[in-house]
Ligand binder design. Structure first.
Ligand code: NAP
Ligand code: ZN
Length: 394
C-alpha cells in the first residue's frame, strides 16, 4: 500500500509526561521531535462559521494526549441529519465554528500511557459522545447518554478539557478518552460501518428497551438514515416491519430492505386497515408533524418512540393514548456498552448502512439532498478528500 505508514514506538524522556506511542510517516523520528500527541495539534477540519454560510475548510486544535486518550486518524465520517440541525442552528444557537460529525471510523495513531483497550494501528469508532461524568446513577448503569450532568457530545458541546467547545468528525484527527472509543471488529466494511455509530444505535436502543421480539409489529416512520437502519435491525430480530414514508419512490426500497409492507402517509385506506396493529413505532422524522394518525396504529400497550423531532410535538391525543394504554416516549442514542453491542451485533450479521460515499467538498450539496429526503440512505465522507483538497489549495 503506497500510503502505508510505519508504526514505531518511542519512549519519552520526561518523567512527568505520559509514555506515548508514536507514529512516524517515513523517516525515523529525530531525538528532538516532540512525540505525537504530546502537545496540542492543529488539524484540518470542515465546518460552519455561522448558521447560513456554506461549510468550508477550517483549522482546529486537538488537545495533547492525556494518559487515557486515544488519537485517531479519521478515515470516514457519516452525515447525520443532526449535523444539519447543529450547523444551521436549527435546535437553538449553535457554537461556531461548528465542525459536525459523530459517526467516526478511523485508525489509532497514538495512545496515552494508561490506555489498555487500543494499540496503534487498531480501527476504532467514535459516536455521539466523547465523555460524561462517569459517577452519576445513569453513567454507572451504562446510560452515559442520560448523564445527569449532561454528556459531552462529540461536537458543539462545552469542552471542559479545552474550555472551548468540542469539534466533530469532519476532520483529520480526533482525541478521545478511551472509555468513549468503540472497537471496530476486524474485517468490517469501514465506510458502511460508520453510520452504525449513530443511526444504528439510536434505533437499536429503543428495540432493546421496549423488548421488540420476533413476530411483533414494528412501524418505522421516515425512511432516511435512521429509518433504513431501523428496518434492517427490526428484520434481524424477526419483527414484522412496516415502513411509513412520504416518498412514493421509496416504497420498493423499503421492501428490498426487508419490510413486509410500505405505506404512504397519504394512503388513508392503508392507515385505517392498520389501526390498532403495532407494538412499537419508531419515528425518525426530523421535524414535528401531526402524530394523531400514527397513535391510532398502536395496539394495547403499544409505544410510539420519537427519536427525530426535538421541538414541540403535535397532535397527541389524550383519549387515544388512554383508551389503549398507549405510550409516547423519546429516546437518545445509546450508552457506550450498548453502542459496542450494536457494532458487534451488526458486524456479526453483516448488517451495514446503504451509503453514498462523498468527498468533503460535496458536503453542502449533500445537506441539500438530505433536507430534500433524497439520501439512499446515508452519506459518508471519505476523509482522504480533506487532505487531498488542502493539497490542491496549497
Ligand atoms: P434523514 O436521513 O434526513 O431521514 C429522515 C426521513 O424522515 C426522511 O428521509 C423522510 O423519509 C422523512 N421525512 C418526513 N418528513 C420530512 C421532512 N419534512 N423533512 C425531512 N424528512 C422528512 O435523517 P436522519 O439522519 O435519519 O435523522 C432523523 C432525525 O433523527 C433527525 O431529526 C436527527 O436529528 C434525529 N436524530 C436523533 C437521534 C437521537 O438520539 N434521538 C440520533 C440521531 C438523529 P421519507 O422520505 O420516507 O418520508
Ligand atoms: Zn446522528
Amino acid at each position: 500500500m503506497p500510503n502505508r505508514r510505519q508504526f514505531l514506538v518511542a519512549g519519552l524522556g520526561l518523567a512527568a509526561a505520559p509514555l506515548l506511542t508514536r507514529v512516524a510517516t517515513g523517516a525515523p523520528p529525530s531525538d528532538t521531535a516532540a512525540p505525537l500527541g504530546a502537545k496540542p495539534i492543529s488539524v484540518r477540519a470542515y465546518g460552519a462559521t455561522d448558521a447560513t454560510t456554506p461549510l468550508g475548510p477550517l483549522q482546529i486544535e486537538r488537545r495533547a494526549l492525556g494518559p487515557h486518550d486515544v488519537l485517531i486518524e479519521i478515515l470516514y465520517c457519516g452525515v447525520c441529519h443532526t449535523d444539519i440541525h447543529y450547523a444551521r442552528s436549527e435546535w437553538g444557537q449553535s457554537r461556531y465554528p461548528c465542525v459536525p460529525g459523530h459517526e467516526i471510523v478511523g485508525r489509532v495513531e497514538a495512545v496515552g500511557s494508561a490506555v489498555t483497550k487500543f494499540k496503534v494501528g487498531d480501527i476504532a469508532g467514535v459516536g455521539c459522545m466523547v465523555n460524561s461524568c462517569g459517577a452519576c446513577e445513569n453513567c454507572l448503569t451504562g446510560l452515559e447518554q442520560y448523564c445527569l450532568k449532561g454528556p459531552t457530545l462529540t461536537y458543539n458541546s462545552p469542552d471542559p478539557e479545552s474550555g472551548g467547545h468540542t469539534f466533530g468528525g469532519y476532520s483529520d484527527k480526533v482525541v478521545v478518552t478511551e472509555r468513549f472509543v468503540i472497537r471496530i471488529p476486524p474485517g468490517a466494511d469501514l465506510p458502511a460501518t460508520a453510520p452504525l455509530l449513530c443511526a444504528a444505535i439510536t434505533t437499536f436502543s429503543p428495540m432493546q428497551h421496549w423488548t421488540l421480539t420476533a413476530g411483533q409489529r414494528l412501524g418505522v416512520i421516515g425512511l432516511g438514515g435512521l429509518g433504513h437502519m431501523a428496518v434492517k435491525l427490526g428484520v434481524a430480530r424477526k419483527a414484522d416491519v412496516t415502513v411509513f414514508t412520504t416518498s412514493p419512490g421509496k416504497l420498493a426500497d423499503a421492501k428490498r430492505l426487508g419490510a413486509r409492507e410500505a405505506v404512504l402517509w397519504s394512503d388513508a385506506a392503508a392507515m385505517q386497515r392498520l389501526a390498532g396493529q403495532f407494538d412499537l413505532l419508531i419515528s425518525t422524522v426530523p421535524q414535528a408533524y401531526p402524530m394523531q394518525p400514527f397513535f391510532d396504529l398502536l395496539r394495547l400497550n403499544g409505544t410510539l418512540v420519537n427519536v427525530g423531532a426535538m421541538e414541540q410535538l403535535q397532535g397527541i391525543p389524550g383519549a387515544g393514548l388512554a383508551r389503549r394504554r398507549r405510550s409516547l416516549a423519546g429516546s437518545i442514542i445509546g450508552g457506550i456498552a450498548e453502542t459496542q453491542e450494536v457494532i458487534d451485533y451488526c458486524t456479526a450479521r453483516n448488517i451495514k448502512a446503504d451509503i453514498e460515499l462523498i468527498r468533503i467538498e460535496d458536503i453542502n450539496r449533500a445537506y441539500e439532498r438530505v433536507n430534500n429526503k433524497d439520501v439512499r440512505y446515508r452519506f459518508v465522507i471519505d476523509m482522504a478528500s480533506l487532505k487531498a483538497g488542502e493539497q490542491a489549495h496549497a
